[in-house]
Design a binder for this molecule. Structure first.
Ligand SMILES: Cc1cc2nc3c(=O)[nH]c(=O)nc-3n(C[C@H](O)[C@H](O)[C@H](O)COP(=O)(O)OP(=O)(O)OC[C@H]3O[C@@H](n4cnc5c(N)ncnc54)[C@H](O)[C@@H]3O)c2cc1C
Length: 430
């Protein structure tokens, strides 16, 4: 059997069978057959998780044949899609209907079901992660039963299943709340990190979507402030866009990372190049600003903490990097979102800040990530389900008030653990 690998190449497996169903009833058949053969089933999206959450060990389901838009209800702002649709295709479709996702992460290679299942998010206090847009979904459970989950039907499964880690069954369709298409005015500029941290509360309140990257070994942050705008699209032209987004952020940055991996002692000097990019301002359709292409491969860990903890937590991370003498070529990313009520969402019940650390693919990351993790755990940090971390169920259960109830729902829907794998056993306890 062919080897399955995730995007970063740090997870791989050799599933015994790969199924590519064309319909919900075929999904149910695959699940029932596997369950009666005592085989485990794993649906894989685009493989963009860094953890083993999507690693298939026996039956792998690939939903790339179930990637269509089913229905749009423009009047009520709803779109129904098959679970395997990739976010970039969904965005392109919504654009043709003058509609938009309210928020996105920084790439759109993921499938919609994969993205919501790990609590994927972007930035902006006025918005939540993607899963909070779900109005209903259809689920094939371990017994092969197909259930519709919404606030009116199977309410408990709906409540827990919007961020399910793939542990409750196979989502085949989702209905999402969407909003009228909107443009964003983006201002990207370097600022002194002390200025950003001293003014953090103001910056995130003042801008609709604010994020920044602290550049290790410098006193600089690269900031991105995106604001809703009624101005027409005014992007810098195709060459300039390619130069900024592809050349600087991918090719040139990739070269810096390669040099840094070969000669780590040069990283502090190379890092001073990053803040020299200057200020850029442009207006574009929201999804073109939220997300861009990522050609440089890396490993990533990301924790969510309460918004108020961001400044002390990041200052501790910065000090630790200096004290430990690490050589880090990737900027540390900081975002925020509003709170939601989804039990396993990383921003459940609290407005959240996110600190993400990255290492260039092929570099050793374990020590650096563990040191950052130790700091963020002191701030009751919750790890991103799809990004590297070391936590177990006993540690995770105290971070989520509704964790036990999620486990009960899972026990009812999948008593034999048809949808489990090693990662789920670690973080959910079986
Ligand atoms: C370059 C890059 C950039 C990223 N940027 C961000 C970001 O900005 N913000 C952020 O929060 N995260 C980000 N991530 C993480 C990414 O969004 C998540 O890991 C997401 O889950 C990946 O989606 P996927 O389709 O690849 O799912 P996979 O990684 O393939 O699967 C993830 C989980 O979803 C489950 N799943 C998939 N389909 C179904 C289904 N139909 N039914 C039930 N379960 C299902 C899988 O079984 C698995 O448990 C990034 C990752 C990369 C590699």
């Amino acid at each position: 059997m062919p080897v399955w690998r995730n995007w970063a190449g740090n997870q791989q497996s050799r599933p015994s069978v790969i199924e590519r169903p064309n319909s919900e009833s075929q999904v149910a058949e695959v699940v029932m057959r596997a369950a009666s053969n005592k085989q485990r089933v794993k649906v894989v999206g685009s493989g963009h998780s860094f953890t083993g959450i999507a690693v298939p060990d026996e039956v792998m389901i690939d939903l790339s044949n179930m990637n269509q838009v089913i229905e749009v209800d423009e009047e009520h702002g709803l779109v129904s899609v098959q679970a395997g649709i990739v976010l970039s295709d969904l965005n392109a479709f919504l654009e043709t209907r003058c509609l938009s996702m309210p928020n996105l992460g920084d790439v759109t290679y993921q499938t919609i079901a994969g993205a919501v299942s790990t609590s994927t998010h972007g930035t902006g206090l006025c918005r939540t992660g993607l899963a909070a847009q779900i109005e209903s979904f259809r689920l094939v459970t371990a017994s092969g039963e197909i259930i519709v989950c919404s606030r009116q039907q199977h309410e408990d499964v709906f409540h827990h299943g919007r961020v399910s880690l793939g542990a409750l069954g196979v989502i085949t369709e989702l209905t999402l709340r969407v909003i009228p298409a909107f443009n964003l005015r983006a201002v990207e500029q370097p600022m002194r990190i002390d200025h950003v941290l001293d003014n953090y509360s103001r910056l995130i309140e003042e801008h609709d979507f604010f994020e920044f990257y602290w550049v290790p070994h410098t006193n600089w942050a690269l900031t991105k402030a995106n604001n809703l705008s009624s101005d027409p699209v005014d992007s810098p032209g195709r060459f300039r866009t390619w130069f900024n987004k592809m050349f600087l952020e991918n090719y040139a940055f990739g070269v810096l990372c390669r040099i840094g991996r070969l000669f780590p002692q040069l990283i502090p000097r190379l890092a001073t190049v990053l803040p020299s990019t200057g200020r850029v301002e442009y207006v574009n359709i929201s999804h073109r600003i939220f997300s861009s292409k990522r050609l440089v491969k890396f490993y990533e860990m990301e924790y969510s903490i309460a918004l108020e903890s961001l400044v002390p937590a990041l200052r501790e991370v910065m000090k630790m990097v200096d004290d430990r003498g690490y050589r880090i070529s990737f900027p540390v990313e900081v975002r925020c979102t509003g709170s939601d009520d989804i039990p396993l969402s990383t921003s459940t019940g609290r407005r959240s800040a996110y600190i993400a650390v990255h290492m260039f693919k092929g570099s050793s990351y374990t020590e650096y990530f563990s040191d950052v993790e130790a700091i963020l755990r002191k701030f009751e940090g919750r790890p991103h389900w799809g990004k590297i971390h070391n936590l177990h169920a006993s540690e995770i259960s105290i971070l989520y008030p509704e964790f036990q109830r999620f486990i009960e729902v899972r026990n009812q829907l999948d008593p034999e653990g048809v949808f489990t794998n090693d990662y789920l056993r670690r973080v959910l306890g079986r």
